[in-house]
Design a protein around this ligand. Structure first.
Ligand code: NAD
Ligand code: ZN
Length: 259
């Protein structure tokens, strides 16, 4: 049996032995749906743009037009994307009662499109716009329509404030109720599965350490290495779609009495 098969079996056993499993997903979860991540060598968005210039709240407010061009490009990839094998495997795991919830950094809504439940969107969603003046929420389409008709300071119908996508930009705080939901999931889990995150951005970078310090096990699937690999119970450096569905199939067979 080759090394990968052994790892996949061991990963499935971690899942079978756990009682409260949480998945933590990052932009690597969306690449197989055609949405570029930020930090993959060669294809990551950060190779094309400087994050301080294009995804920070300060630069957005001072020059919405420059930022909106880039955001529309990411947005269009997101709106046409479909859930991939990795998203579907998570939903399957949840149906087997082996996944409590999903903490995601992604703004693409693909876990929900794949019918997963209890999804906490740490960084908000690309499907909504929010008014920076009064906090009103609009469908993102109304903001895009304004931008497409040449209004590069898209504005709120109620107060005329500047609209922005309802996703967290650099320099913005995460919502406190979202952080509390995330803390609860991390505190209660006995297995944390990280899928497709470089684990470089806080608070996500902190969650695996927190879970480990509370006695949970940690499993990671990520193409590139992460800083916490050495402390994990299982690390696979490969594509989620090639590996994770195989793990979930074994779990399903074991639970349903097959083999
Ligand atoms: N899909 C989206 O919604 C989307 C897309 C781009 C960026 N973002 C935002 O980007 C920020 C970046 O943080 P991050 O840590 O999530 O992403 P990141 O770009 O920093 O890291 C992604 C990681 O995923 C790995 N990866 C890429 N494709 C993979 C695959 N098929 N299988 C396994 N691993 C794969 C890469 O090696 C990389 O280490 C987040 O805040 C997120 O909000 C979201
Ligand atoms: Zn408003």
């Amino acid at each position: 049996m080759n090394e990968m098969n052994t790892k996949i079996k061991k990963f499935a056993q971690l899942i079978l032995d756990a009682k409260n499993i949480v998945a933590l997903t990052g932009a690597g979860m969306g690449t197989e749906s055609g949405i570029a991540d930020f930090r993959s060598p060669g294809t990551g968005l950060w190779e094309k743009v400087n994050p301080d210039e294009f995804a920070s709240i300060h630069s957005y407010v001072s020059n919405p037009k420059k930022n909106l061009d880039f955001m529309l490009e990411l947005g269009m990839a997101i709106f046409k994307a479909k859930p991939n094998k990795g998203h579907k495997a998570l939903t399957k795991l949840q149906k087997l009662d082996k996944l409590n919830g999903i903490l995601t950094q992604n703004i693409d809504g693909l876990h929900q499109k794949a019918h997963s439940k209890n999804v906490v969107e740490l960084h908000g969603t690309a499907y909504e716009a929010i008014c920076m003046g009064c906090g009103n929420i609009y469908p993102i389409t109304s903001m895009i329509d304004q931008v497409r008709s040449g209004r590069f300071g898209p504005s709120c119908e109620a107060c005329n404030g500047l609209l922005k996508p309802n996703a967290v930009f650099f320099g913005e705080p995460l919502r406190s109720e979202i952080l509390s939901q995330a803390d609860r999931l991390i505190e209660e889990c006995d297995l944390l599965i990280v899928l497709g995150s470089s684990l470089l951005i806080y608070p996500v970078a902190f969650y695996p350490r927190k879970a480990l310090s509370l006695g949970a096990k940690l499993a990671i699937i990520n193409i590139q290495e992460t800083d916490i690999d050495a402390s994990a119970d299982m690390v696979i450096h490969d594509k989620i779609g090639d590996v994770f569905p195989r793990v979930v199939s074994i779990v399903k067979n074991e639970i349903e009495g097959g083999h």
